[in-house]
Design a protein around this ligand. Structure first.
Ligand SMILES: [Zn+2]
Length: 116
């Protein structure tokens, strides 16, 4: 475990190394939205005990990975060992953050890279 700044609020939080762009729990509690206008909430869950991914919008099961938190586009997916992980790559300022090993943090834009 190492501390990484949350991609949205910049508060350092313990993040799994595998997911350095994880959104912190405070931001997750602020609301997760299916649309950029933040009118429709979305929930994510595993489809099986061992994993799988589904999302729920308005009691409908969909497989939408994209969500919005505090106006930032985020990407939800099943975590490697179960559970759901939500990451945010939608922040240009984030490229200036340097990790403890002095390597500049690489940023990946997620838009249009994922086909359903
Ligand atoms: Zn945060």
């Amino acid at each position: 475990m190492e501390y990484y700044p949350c991609p949205i609020c910049k508060e350092p939080e313990k993040m799994l190394l595998r997911y350095p762009n994880m959104v912190c729990s405070n931001c997750l509690q602020s609301g997760i939205w299916a649309d950029k206008e933040q009118t429709q909430q979305i929930q994510f869950m595993n489809t099986e005990f061992s994993g799988g991914f589904t999302s729920i919008i308005n009691n409908n099961y969909v497989k939408q990975h994209t969500c919005y938190i505090k106006g930032h586009e985020c990407y939800a997916d099943e975590a490697r060992f179960g559970g759901i992980i939500i990451q945010c790559f939608d922040n240009d300022q984030f490229t200036d953050v340097r990790l403890e090993d002095k390597q500049p943090r690489k940023i990946r834009k997620i838009s249009n890279n994922h086909s359903e």
